[in-house]
Design a protein around this ligand. Structure first.
Ligand code: C2O
Ligand code: CU
Length: 496
């Protein structure tokens, strides 16, 4: 299968997705950025061209391909100062990487400081002609991707961790309280057809309760790239970075219906089309819906979403009995107010961790940032026990380079080794909750593990798992463009 080749220009552009004009950081000219697709077994080859000019949101950039494992291409993972130096303005960098053995729904976003909150975010889909759920739906195309975003009227570096979004964007459109009644996104369906909707949270912070009026039997079939045993729900809570596919059966009377995405922070409730989009049946009039929300009696139960073909958690089915057992305490430094992981506030190192490894550093003590790097052996089962003492919950944690099994969620009373949910973002809660996840170190390189609330990740809630640091896989495929990034970056004015 040929590579899907694309160029993604990163520019500063004035946009007004909710009627409020602001300068933003935009990928490919649109908000969200263009949908990138390929087929199972294909590659993505994306040339990222940096044309940024606005220092206040950083002129340097990088792009992360969320949920794609980057097997053998750690250099293409996009996290600045872990996997690469930032791309300087006026320069470009080609990311060239394989798709996972699994298919489904992914996304891309800036991974340099808080830059993606200012707009650099877009959806990705890896289609599979032999999708195990194929018989369940009739339609799966660009029109069935639904992205959710929290949107801010101020620049992200200015607002910092005490942020509050101004609006919710569904497929790049929304309204803010007191703002103009701009046109909302419309999802078009035809009565009688079954649609595979791909719901992706491109949020920086907010989580959403998603529902569609009149459609109380959404059949969930994917969690973060993992096909699941179907499960019915009438509402879906989705955290930053998570994805779900669900089947929408357009079996209601021909009409317009509100699609709702109610955030936990920012514009509350539902006044004048805030937090909403429109589901429009073919034949319905071109008007706003008048439907009302039915209270949710069947919210999605994450803990019960079993994977379709990865039933068991890896390793010995007993808590604490993995090959490597790590306890991670999420907290806050009382003096600085910054977040901590096992007492350490993550601060990006001056030299990308991958470059340090390629240059010969292999032990956790040698690898910077000190106290934030955990060196792991190859092909071992790792159990992470995340104890979230930090009260400003939720904390949806994301692991780069892998999917993990959620052996015990914060709300679970007993562990599940038999068929635990498998995904790449999971909410670890807060105020003393414990979450246990497992993964296999089958992928060499330094991988970030962080809260996907960007304002938490950047203010210290991140660590690095460096697997198999002696692997020759790490340096073999590093392209010349990658090696050039650091000297160019190091010559820049730090304010860029
Ligand atoms: Cu989607 Cu490190 O993130
Ligand atoms: Cu967090």
């Amino acid at each position: 299968i040929a590579a899907t080749q694309t160029t993604l220009e990163i520019t500063n552009k004035v946009v007004a997705p909710d009627g409020f004009k602001r300068l933003a950081v935009i990928a490919g000219g649109t908000l969200p950025g263009p949908l990138l697709t390929t087929q199972k077994g294909g590659r993505f080859k994306v040339k990222v061209v940096n044309k940024l000019t606005e220092r206040a949101m950083r002129k340097t950039t990088s792009v992360h391909w969320h949920g794609l494992f980057q097997k053998g291409t750690n250099w293409a993972d996009g996290a600045t100062f872990i996997n690469q130096c930032p791309i300087a303005s006026g320069h470009s960098f080609v990311y060239d990487f394989p798709t996972n053995e699994h298919t489904n729904t992914y996304w891309y976003h800036g991974h340099h400081e808080v830059q993606y909150c200012d707009g650099l975010r877009g959806p990705m889909v890896v289609y599979d002609k032999n999708d195990p759920h194929k018989s369940r739906y009739d339609v799966d195309n660009a029109g069935t991707v639904i992205t959710l975003m929290d949107w801010y009227h101020m620049y992200a570096p200015v607002i910092g961790p005490q942020n509050h979004p101004d609006s919710t964007l569904i497929n790049g459109k929304g309204r803010y309280a007191g703002g103009p009644a701009v046109a909302l996104s419309v999802v078009n369906v035809e009565k009688g057809k079954r649609y595979r909707m791909r719901l992706a949270s491109l949020a920086c912070d907010a989580n959403f309760k998603f529902s569609i009026d009149g459609h109380t039997s959404l059949e969930v079939i994917e969690t973060d790239g993992e096909s699941t045993k179907p499960m019915k729900a009438d509402s879906i809570q989705i955290f930053a970075g998570q994805r779900y596919s669900f089947i929408l059966h357009a079996n209601q009377p021909i009409n317009n219906y509100w699609i709702r995405a109610l955030p936990n922070i920012g514009p509350a409730g539902f006044m004048g089309g805030v937090n909403s989009a429109i589901l429009r049946y073919k034949g319905a009039r071109n008007v706003d819906p008048t439907t009302t929300q039915t209270p949710s009696t069947l919210p999605l139960l994450e803990a019960q979403l079993a994977p379709l073909d990865h039933p068991a958690a890896p390793g010995i089915p007993q808590l604490g009995a993995a090959d490597v057992n790590i306890r991670l305490e999420v907290g806050q430094n009382a003096q600085t107010g910054l977040f901590t992981m096992n007492g350490v506030t993550y601060v990006p190192p001056p030299v990308p961790v991958l470059l340090q490894i390629i240059s010969g550093a292999q032990n956790a003590q040698d690898l910077l940032p000190a106290g934030s790097v955990y060196v792991l052996p190859r092909n071992k089962v790792v159990e992470l026990t995340i104890v979230s003492l930090e009260a400003a919950a939720p904390h949806p944690f994301h692991l780069h380079g892998h999917a993990f099994s959620v052996v015990k969620g914060a709300l679970d009373t007993v562990p599940n080794f038999k068929n635990p949910p498998r995904r790449d973002v999971y909410n670890a809660g807060g105020g003393g909750t414990t979450t246990v996840i497992r993964f296999v170190t089958d992928n060499a390189g330094p991988w970030m593990f962080h809260c996907h609330i960007e304002f938490h990740a950047v203010y210290g809630m991140s660590v690095i798992f460096a697997a198999d640091t002696t692997s020759t896989e790490l340096e073999n495929p590093v392209p010349a463009g990658w090696s050039n990034l650091c000297p160019i970056y190091n010559a820049l004015d730090p304010a860029d």
